[in-house]
Design a protein around this ligand. Structure first.
Ligand SMILES: [Zn+2]
Length: 468
């Protein structure tokens, strides 16, 4: 496996810390609002990474956290009058349901910040004992001047760099690059935790370092985990700060051996933002499109490239997915045999090249075309059908697509009421045909066609599909 390391800025041969095992940590969402397409893209990208490593035979431990205490959550509490727990439970549940719709598997470990406060406090105490943390007016800060390698991750040295503008400016910091490890409670009714250095709550960056140490870090060797991943916007300051905390804690270990970052999502060429009013919430996208169609679309661009979302491209992408389901329809009635080894090898070769999805989907397209050609000449070749069905099941596991039955896929987006109406019209048409009233039968077919319903008369009766 080759992966592009976004810190070294080059493609590297992946070598795990421990033979046969891989630890991956992905920064998860802050649960105060609905997930948007950017969250979906990141989740799908690293879900694919995890699936590919599993297909290559590695034992993968995959961790994704939930930031369930934060200034934005507290602001939401004040605005809504609801408890921290009510808000975070709601958005965690919603996030998970939406991820399931996208066929993103749950992480092996899904820690919440509020469940790791003890470890976070100990981590901060250790940094303070080493004189890396200091007490400010409103919290405990990390002293970036104590870390000789600070900014080595993002490779930025110029303090006038635009990204530096994202750092919160405060008088209580010795240096503006310093960041909060712990925030003292300002008001009595804010959620807070006791700590030897004063009641308060954790800063954002510290939780990931503490969780990694608690759940997956190796405590020997140069690195704690194999891969740390997240959106490109997290590299600085979030990942830089995580790395600095772990480096300075005194274990002589770096946080992660490899770093992977996915590109941004833009909507019709513009960056998604709340102020522009073009934040595309996943819940809205899922009202219009099936989760798998959305997954396939988001998956089809390389994870590091920026992704421009457009409805037109999504519909084009669905047409490509339709081909997979047309083939599935041809082989669906057989009992699958294990996938073709050559096909597996070609797919994995493509995906092992830093998740080269274009190449992998080209291999998939070739497999679909040649299978169709074969069945056009030999429509009853059961052995080949079983093999092709095996290939499609293997694709389900590795790419997370093709999980619907062909019938449910091609009837997607039709509500129960409309289904009943379609079936009534089909029954009428069947009766008209029986009575040799072909004019009525044709009229009914046209009526269904105007509803974008295509009919197929088979030995088992008339079947229908939605054409868009
Ligand atoms: Zn993080």
């Amino acid at each position: 496996m080759f992966i592009y390391d976004s810190v070294q800025k080059k493609r590297l041969l992946f070598e795990p810390i421990k033979e046969g095992h891989i630890s991956i940590y992905v920064c998860g969402p802050t649960v105060y609002d609905d997930a948007h397409l950017g969250h979906a893209r990141s989740a799908i990208a690293f879900d694919l990474l995890r699936r590919v490593f599993s297909a290559l035979g590695y034992h993968v431990t995959f961790v994704k956290n939930f930031t369930d205490i934060d200034d934005k959550i507290i602001a939401k509490m004040k605005q809504s009058g609801e408890s921290l727990e009510a808000i975070t439970t709601f958005y965690i549940q919603r996030y998970k349901e939406e991820m399931h719709a996208l066929h993103v598997n749950d992480a092996d470990i899904e820690p919440k910040a509020t469940e790791c406060v003890g470890e976070i406090v100990s981590f901060i105490e250790a940094l303070m004992a080493l004189n890396v943390g200091y007490v400010g007016d409103d919290g405990i800060y990390f002293d970036t001047s104590k870390d000789a390698h600070y900014l080595s991750l993002c490779g930025r040295v110029n303090e006038e760099d635009a990204s530096m503008a994202r750092i919160e400016q405060k008088e209580s910091k010795r240096d503006q690059k310093d960041f909060a490890l712990w925030k003292f409670s300002k008001e009595l009714d804010e959620p807070s935790y006791p700590a030897p250095f004063g009641r308060g709550r954790p800063g954002w960056h510290i939780e990931c370092s503490a969780m990694i140490e608690k759940y997956i870090a190796t405590h020997e060797g140069a690195y704690q985990i194999d891969i740390h991943a997240g959106g490109a916007d997290l590299l600085f300051p979030h990942h830089e700060n995580e790395a600095a905390q772990t480096r300075c804690k005194g274990h002589r270990q770096e946080l992660s051996k490899y770093w992977m970052h996915n590109g941004f999502v833009t909507i019709n060429g513009e960056k998604m933002s709340k102020s522009l009013g073009n934040s595309f919430f996943l819940k809205d996208a899922l009202k219009h499109y099936d989760g798998e169609v959305l997954r396939f679309y988001l998956l089809s661009t390389h994870y590091r490239a920026n992704f421009n979302f457009s409805e037109e491209d999504l519909l084009m992408s669905k047409k490509r997915l339709d081909k997979l389901y047309r083939l599935k329809k041809r082989v669906f009635e057989t009992t699958p045999t294990p996938a073709d080894k050559n096909f597996q090898a070609l797919m994995l070769e493509a995906l092992s090249d830093d998740l080269n999805i274009s190449k992998a989907l080209a291999v998939l397209d070739d497999m679909i075309s040649s299978a169709n050609e074969h069945f056009d000449t030999e429509p009853k070749d059961k052995i080949h059908k079983a093999l092709i069905f095996g290939n499609l099941l293997w694709i389900e596991a590795v790419l997370g697509i093709g999980l619907h039955t062909p019938l449910s896929y091609f009837q997607m987006g039709v509500c129960e009421e409309e289904k009943k109406r379609i079936e009534t019209l089909i029954e009428k048409r069947t009766e008209a045909k029986k009575a040799k009233d072909f004019a009525t039968a044709d009229a009914l077919r046209h009526e269904l066609e105007s509803m974008q319903i295509q009919l197929m008369d088979t030995a088992n009766g008339t079947q229908w599909e939605k054409t868009i």
